[in-house]
Design a protein around this ligand. Structure first.
Ligand SMILES: O=P(O)(O)OC[C@H]1O[C@H](OP(=O)(O)OP(=O)(O)O)[C@H](O)[C@@H]1O
Ligand SMILES: NC(=O)CC[C@H](N)C(=O)O
Ligand SMILES: [Mg+2]
Length: 509
């Protein structure tokens, strides 16, 4: 996952608002951050590896000027960790387009060949998002050839339609188009979230914003209008007017893992409150716990993400709730750290047990998910060392048994603890006295209850059912042997590729 945010203001410079909005999306990506603004016919950009607070300084407001701009926080799920793959990406023709992307393209190789072969383009990185941008540029150029150049919005919408017909996978996208405005579109399944918001401006036209999660709107005084529909494109022109276009037929199938872990609990995605869905996950999990008849002294959440679930398990079962694991707030999210060794070490750095709450007790630890098993295995050990008599564990989601190809870092089957093991074998591997997993139908109920109009969710990491075309057994087999995210962190891999980490953001066109 990544976080994307775009703001088109009528009156004020936009950088400070993008900065604040990106901070609200920081949980979606911690490896790189980037911002581009547009003013007087010029783009200004700054991007680098690092958190928003480290990449940007107050003085950036002096160079990242303009009333229209967008930003990205990256959690790499394709390409490499190189700073040259931080977003936004740019192509200078047609018009001059900057792009930020959340998701993963699955037919990358075919598209790379087309872009570099038939369209003779040069790609500067190994990023799937750069390919997506170049496909869009090709298709908008094709539309200009057919329609002529006078109606830019029509050409851009036509280009988005052709892009959606060619590209497979998950993509929520925001673009800045020179001389035209800000474009946003969402793949025909709406796998990753994207919504649009509005704010009254002084004079003609309105202010608009697009963001991965609506939690990024309130801080800047925007009111959410709605979620972008699957297969839809929206464009805010430079006069503050919103243009809407259903590019291709869509069927909403949002990623259910957004509700389990990825999104903030104070967000509402596709009409479903993340917090409320987690409370419902607690309700269904509580039934399993009650049925087990186990004697449990305390329900303990793995902070922060399992708190709402554990609270509801406690409410329903009557077992007391205890915050007996303390999180060190200065350590980042382990799940999204590159490399297994680093992840294992940081669990211990990040969480600490309170022995008095564990000594001689039967405890139930609840986490939102068990992916590789690193986190919960270490916690079980810690709780035993702190004196717990019995350590039971429960996961608010079902076993993660299949890779995610739509923008979550669960690349290979063999890394997943639930791959090929029975629940009893997983329990043994984790060293727990009992193990409960949410049932998939209960998880789907918990999410769907928030918006019954959603007929289906993307549950591929739980059931192996990939709703987009092209995720064939060969494709999945390939993932097992090739690392999708190269661990390279050196600079740009191709000659001529630029590093945009200079303190002064230069106009780029
Ligand atoms: O089974 P694993 O491979 O260890 O992954 C699962 C863990 O990863 C996430 O936590 P993480 O520590 O990354 O972030 P959080 O502090 O936001 O919960 C998630 O909440 C689980 O605790
Ligand atoms: N997870 C994401 O949304 C990342 C976007 C893109 N695939 C990248 O790796 O940069
Ligand atoms: Mg966690």
């Amino acid at each position: 996952m990544c976080g994307i945010l775009g703001i088109a203001n009528r009156n004020d410079d936009v950088f400070a608002e993008i900065y604040d909005g990106l901070l609200m999306l920081q949980h979606r990506g911690q490896d790189a951050s980037g911002v581009v603004t547009y003013t007087g016919g010029f783009f200004r950009e700054r991007k680098a590896n690092g958190l928003v607070k480290d990449v940007f300084q107050p003085t950036d407001a002096e160079t990242l000027t303009g009333r229209v701009g967008m930003g990205h926080v990256r959690y790499p799920t394709a390409g490499s960790l190189s700073a040259s793959e931080a977003q936004p990406f740019f192509v200078n023709a047609p018009y001059g387009i900057y792009l930020v992307h959340n998701g993963n393209i699955t037919n990358t190789e075919a598209q790379r060949e087309k872009v570099t072969g038939k369209y003779s383009r040069h790609l500067r990185t190994t990023s799937d998002s750069e390919i997506l941008l170049n496909v869009l540029a090709d298709k908008v150029a094709d539309a200009i050839k057919v329609n002529g150049s006078s109606d830019a919005i029509r050409n851009i919408f036509a280009g988005v339609k052709m892009t959606m017909e060619r590209v497979q996978g998950a993509y929520s996208v925001i673009c800045l188009v020179a001389g035209v405005g800000m474009l946003a579109f969402r793949d025909p399944h709406g796998i990753r979230p994207l919504s649009v918001a509005k704010r009254q401006a002084d004079g003609e036209g309105d202010d608009y914003a697009f963001a991965s999660e609506d939690v990024a709107f309130g801080i800047n005084g925007f009111d959410k209008l709605r979620d972008v529909k699957p297969g839809e494109a929206l464009l805010v022109d430079l006069d503050g007017n919103l243009h809407e276009f259903q590019a291709v037929e869509g069927r909403l199938t949002p990623c259910i893992f957004e509700y389990v872990y990825l999104a903030r609990p104070d967000s509402v995605l596709d009409g479903v409150s993340v917090y409320q869905s987690q409370i419902r996950m607690g309700k269904t999990l509580a039934k399993q716990i009650e049925k087990s008849g186990l004697e449990i002294d305390a329900v303990i959440p793995v902070p922060d993400s399992a708190r709402p679930v554990a609270l509801e398990v406690s409410n329903i079962t009557g077992i007391r709730y205890r915050e007996a694991l303390v999180k060190n707030r200065y350590v980042g999210r382990t799940f999204i750290m590159p490399g297994q060794a680093e992840r294992q070490k940081s669990v211990r750095r990040k969480l600490n047990a309170i022995p008095r709450e564990m000594d001689g007790k039967n405890i139930l630890l609840i986490d939102d998910s068990i992916v590789r098993g690193n986190t919960i295995k270490k916690i079980v050990q810690m709780c035993r060392e702190a004196g717990a008599k019995k350590v039971y564990i429960a996961s608010a989601s079902p076993p993660v048994a299949y890779p995610n190809v739509y923008g979550i870092d669960m690349p290979t089957k063999h890394e997943l603890i639930a791959n090929g093991l029975s629940i009893e074998e997983i329990r043994q591997e984790l060293g727990a006295d009992a193990l409960f997993y949410q049932k998939l139908e209960d998880l789907v109920w918990a999410a769907k209850e928030g918006n019954p109009d959603i007929e289906q969710f993307d549950c591929s990491c739980f059931d192996g059912n990939y709703i987009t075309g092209g995720v064939t057994p060969e494709y999945l087999a390939n993932l097992e042997t090739s690392s999708r995210v190269s661990k390279k962190i050196e600079e740009a891999p191709t000659p001529g590729a630029s590093w945009n980490g200079a303190r002064l953001a230069e106009p780029t066109s």
